[in-house]
Design a protein. Structure first.
Lengths: 168, 595
C-alpha cells in the first residue's frame, strides 16, 4: 500500500506532464469500470502501451475503479438493458450484431454494454478533473508536501531500501 | 513531449507473445481442467478426461477416455467414451457459440464399473445402497431375487402393523353412545327434575284439601287453580313426549352404529386376507411385485438422467428476456434474432459407436441443439446393427422434438433374436428374446408407452432357497417353462407413473402358489380371524354395554311420563268434582239454592 502511495507521489512529483498522468488515470478508469476479460480491453491496453501516458497511474486507476465498478454493477446493468432493449434501436442492433466480432466482444451483454457506455462518457470529465487537480497539486501542494517530515522519512526509507537491496 | 511512444508496440507484442506461448503450452490442460471442474459442477457428478488436444488450425478438439460418473453410485460410470473428436465451426466460436460440424465418438459404454471411486458423492448411504443394488442386479434376473421375500406373516405380526376398521369404528360408536348418554343424563337433570314432580304433587294435594274445606266462595278460585295446575302438568307431559321422540331418534342412530359394527370384523378379515394371504389367485400380484420393483428402479434411473439432460436441450423456452435473471457481475446476454441464426450449442452430425453386450453397434446423432426453436429441427439419435453373435438385429431410435410449443420425445426399440446366454443373467441358461416397444414423453413429463418381450427356448435355473417353500415351488415351476411373454405398459407422469405388467407367467406362478399354499392358507385364515376377534372383542362388547346403558335411560322418561299422566288425571278429576252441583253441599243457615 505504501508502495502504491509512493508511486502516486513519485508520479505526481515527476517531470511528466499533467495530461500524461490524468490520461493514465482516465484509461485506468475505463479499463477498471468494465469487466476485465473483454476483447476491447486488449485494444485499450494496446493503446495504453503506445500512448505516452503514465502506466503506474493506469494500474492504480484499474485497481481503484474495479472496486467502484462492483458498487455500480446494477447501474451498469440497467444502462445496458435500457440501451440494448430500446425499441427504437432494435434494427440498429440487429445490423450491428450481425457482425460476429461484436458478439465476440460480448457487447450484447447488459453489463459490458452498460459499463462501456458509462466509462467512455465518464472518461472525458474524469480526464479534465484529474488534469485540473494535478495542476492545482503541483502549484500549491507539491512544495508544501516536500517539507513534511513523514514523507521525507518515507523517501529516505525507500532510498535506504534501494541502497541495501531490502524490500521491493 | 510526444503523444505516442512507438516502442510501446514492441512491449505490447512482447507481452502478447508471452501470453501466446503460455496458452500454446498450457491451453489444452486449462481446457481439460475447466471441463472437468466446471462440467462436474454443472452435471453434479465427476467428469474425467484422460487427455485433450486442441488444434487451432483445423479448429478441432480430440479427447480420450472420458468418464462421466453415475451420481447415485460412485463406483460406476453413467457413460464413458474411449475417443471423442470434434470439428468446430471457428467462425461461430467468435460469437460465443459452440457449433460442432462433425463428431466422432468411439467406444461408448454405459454403466461400467470405475477403477477408482468418483469424488462427487451425494450421500454415503445412497452410494452403499446403489452398490448393493448393482451387485444384486449383476447376479440375478430382475425380480427373481424377490422370491425370497415371499413368506407369510403371522396374524399377530400383521395386526401389529395394520389398523383395523372394526376397532376404529367401534371406538367411534362407543364415544357417540357415551356422549348421547351424558347428554340425556344432563337433560333429565334439568328438564325432568324429580323435585318438580314432587312440587306438583304437593300443589295438587293442597288444592284438594282446600276444596274439601267446603267454603263456597273459594270455588271459582279453586277451579282456576285446578285449571292452571292441569295446564302446567300438560306442558310437562308435552315436553316429555317431545323428549321421547328425540330420544327415540338418538337410540335409532346408536343402534345403527352398533349394528354396522357387526360386519366389520369380517370386512377386516377379508381385507387382510387378500393383502397377506398368498392366495392361489394371487399369481398376478406376485409376478407384478417380482418385476415391478426392479423395473421401476431402472426406469427411475432413466428418468433421472433424462431430467438431467432435458434442460440443456430446451433452452428455447428460456430465451425470452423476461425469463433471464440478472446476476451481479455477469449481467444478461440479449439475443438479437437476425444476428443469431444458430443456437448457442449445436451438434450437426455425429458418428457414434456403442458397445452393447460386448458388441459394437453403430449409430448417429443429428441436429442436437440447446435451442430447437431457433434451429427448427428436432434432435435424432439412431443406433442400428445387423446380425452378430449376440443378436439378429438391433434398432434404437430416439427423437427429442422441442420445436413446437409442446415437447414430444420418443424412444423406439426393436431387438430381434437376442441371445440370452450372453446377457449376464445367471439364471438364464439358454434361449433368445425379441424385445420391442415405443415410449413417448409429452412435455417432458407425461408418459405413454408399451414394451413387449418374447423369450423363446428359455432355460431358467433358479437356485433353491432354504426354508422358503413358496419361492422354491415357484422357481421349480418356472424352471420347466421354455417360453415367456411379458408386456409392460407405462402410463402417468415421470413423478407418478404406473406399470401394467402382463405375462403368461401369471398362470404358471398362480398354479405354483396354489400348489404350495393350499393347506397352509386355511390355517392362516382361521388364525387371522381369531386374532381379529380377540383384538376387537373388548371394543365390541364395550359398545354393546354402552348401548344397554343408553336404553336404560328410556325407563326414566317412561316413568316420568306415567307419573305426570297420573297427576293430570287426578287434577282433572278434582276439577270435575268441583264443578259438579253436589246435593250434599250445605249452605250457611240451612238455605237451599234455587237451581
Amino acid at each position: 500500500m505504501i508502495r502504491q502511495v509512493l508511486k502516486v507521489f513519485k508520479a505526481l512529483n515527476s517531470n511528466e506532464k499533467p495530461w500524461q498522468l490524468s490520461l493514465g488515470l482516465a484509461f485506468g478508469g475505463v479499463i477498471g469500470l468494465m469487466p476485465l476479460w473483454t476483447p476491447h480491453n486488449i485494444v485499450l491496453l494496446f493503446l495504453a502501451f503506445i500512448i505516452n501516458l503514465n502506466f503506474a497511474l493506469l494500474l492504480i486507476g484499474v485497481f481503484f475503479f474495479s472496486g467502484i465498478a462492483y458498487i455500480l454493477d446494477p447501474l451498469f446493468h440497467q444502462i445496458g438493458l435500457a440501451v440494448l432493449t430500446s425499441e427504437g434501436l432494435q434494427s440498429f442492433w440487429n445490423g450491428f450484431f450481425s457482425n460476429s466480432i461484436f458478439l465476440f466482444d460480448r457487447l450484447n451483454n447488459t453489463l459490458v454494454m452498460g459499463s462501456l457506455i458509462f466509462s467512455l462518457i465518464s472518461a472525458v470529465p474524469l480526464f479534465f478533473i484529474f488534469n485540473f487537480l494535478i495542476r492545482k497539486y503541483r502549484e500549491h501542494l507539491m512544495g508544501l508536501l516536500e517539507k513534511i517530515p513523514f514523507l521525507k522519512s518515507l523517501k529516505l526509507a525507500k532510498a535506504f531500501n534501494t541502497v541495501t537491496g531490502g524490500g521491493s | 513531449m510526444k503523444l505516442f511512444r512507438w516502442q510501446g508496440v514492441l512491449a505490447f507484442a512482447l507481452v502478447g507473445g508471452v501470453v501466446g506461448v503460455f496458452l500454446f503450452l498450457f491451453l489444452d490442460g486449462m481446457i481439460e481442467r475447466g471441463i472437468e471442474e466446471k462440467g462436474s459442477e454443472v452435471a453434479k457428478t465427476q467428469i474425467d478426461i484422460g487427455s485433450l488436444t486442441t488444434s487451432l488450425l483445423s479448429q478441432s478438439v480430440a479427447l480420450s477416455r472420458i468418464e462421466i460418473a453415475n451420481p447415485d453410485n460412485n463406483m460406476e460410470n453413467l457413460i464413458q467414451f474411449e475417443k471423442l473428436s470434434l470439428d468446430l465451426n471457428g467462425a461461430q466460436i467468435v460469437s460465443h457459440k459452440i457449433i460442432i460440424d462433425e463428431l466422432q465418438a468411439h467406444g461408448i459404454k454405459l454403466n461400467q464399473k470405475r477403477t477408482q471411486p468418483a469424488q462427487v458423492i451425494r450421500s454415503a448411504e445412497s452410494t452403499q445402497e446403489a452398490g448393493q443394488e448393482s451387485a444384486a442386479s449383476q447376479s440375478s434376473l430382475p425380480g427373481l431375487g424377490e422370491l425370497s421375500g415371499l413368506s407369510v406373516k403371522s396374524p399377530e405380526e400383521i395386526l401389529k402393523s395394520e389398523k383395523l376398521e372394526t376397532l376404529e369404528a367401534g371406538n367411534r360408536a362407543k364415544k357417540t353412545i357415551d356422549d348421547l348418554k351424558a347428554k340425556w343424563e344432563k337433560k333429565f337433570e334439568t328438564d325432568l327434575n324429580p323435585n318438580a314432580l314432587k312440587e306438583t304433587q304437593q300443589k295438587l294435594t293442597e288444592l284438594q284439601k282446600k276444596v274439601t274445606g267446603g267454603d263456597l266462595t273459594e270455588i271459582p278460585k279453586a277451579l282456576q287453580e285446578f285449571e292452571n295446575l292441569q295446564k302446567d302438568i300438560q306442558d310437562r307431559m308435552n315436553r316429555i313426549t317431545s323428549m321421547k321422540s328425540e330420544f327415540e331418534k338418538d337410540m335409532q342412530m346408536a343402534k345403527q352404529q352398533v349394528a354396522d359394527l357387526k360386519n366389520l370384523p369380517q370386512k377386516d378379515f377379508e381385507r387382510l386376507k387378500n393383502k397377506y394371504s398368498l392366495s392361489p389367485g394371487g399369481g398376478k400380484n406376485i409376478l407384478g411385485s417380482m418385476l415391478e420393483g426392479p423395473l421401476k428402479e431402472k426406469l427411475d434411473k432413466a428418468w433421472k438422467t433424462y431430467k438431467m439432460i432435458s434442460p440443456y436441450l430446451n433452452q428455447g423456452k428460456k430465451s425470452s428476456r423476461e425469463q433471464q435473471e440478472y446476476v451481479r457481475g455477469k449481467g444478461i446476454d440479449i439475443s438479437f434474432a437476425k444476428a443469431s441464426p444458430y443456437p448457442d450449442f449445436l451438434l450437426k452430425h455425429g458418428d457414434l459407436s456403442l458397445i452393447l453386450f460386448d458388441t459394437e453397434v453403430k449409430g448417429e446423432v443429428k441436429d442436437l441443439s440447446d435451442n430447437q426453436t431457433v434451429y427448427g429441427k428436432p434432435a435424432k439419435l439412431n443406433f442400428q446393427s445387423g446380425k452378430n453373435q449376440n443378436f439378429n438385429s438391433f434398432a434404437l431410435a430416439v427423437t427429442m422434438d422441442k420445436t413446437g410449443p409442446q415437447s414430444l420425445d420418443s424412444i423406439a426399440l426393436d431387438m430381434q433374436g437376442l441371445n440370452l446366454k450372453n446377457v449376464g443373467q445367471a439364471e438364464l441358461k439358454d434361449g433368445s428374446a425379441k424385445i420391442n416397444g415405443l415410449l413417448t414423453i409429452i412435455d417432458e413429463n407425461n408418459l405413454n408407452g408399451i414394451f413387449k418381450a418374447e423369450l423363446d427356448g428359455v432355460a431358467l435355473s433358479i437356485p433353491q432357497q432354504e426354508g422358503n417353500e413358496l419361492a422354491n415351488t415357484i422357481a421349480q415351476s418356472l424352471s420347466s417353462i421354455d417360453r415367456i411373454n411379458i408386456s409392460v405398459e407405462i402410463s402417468g407422469t415421470i413423478e407418478n407413473y404406473q406399470l401394467d405388467i402382463k405375462s403368461n407367467l401369471t398362470e404358471i406362478v398362480s398354479k405354483a402358489v396354489k400348489k404350495a399354499l393350499a393347506g397352509k392358507m386355511k390355517g392362516f385364515e382361521s388364525s387371522l380371524m381369531s386374532a381379529i376377534q380377540a383384538k376387537t372383542g373388548d371394543v365390541l362388547s364395550g359398545t354393546s354395554g354402552s348401548l344397554s346403558g343408553l336404553l336404560g335411560q328410556n325407563k326414566i322418561l317412561n316413568d316420568s311420563g306415567s307419573a305426570y299422566g297420573g297427576l293430570l288425571g287426578q287434577a282433572k278429576g278434582g276439577a270435575t268434582e268441583l264443578a259438579k252441583p253436589k246435593g250434599g253441599l250445605s249452605l250457611p243457615g240451612g238455605l237451599k239454592l234455587p237451581f
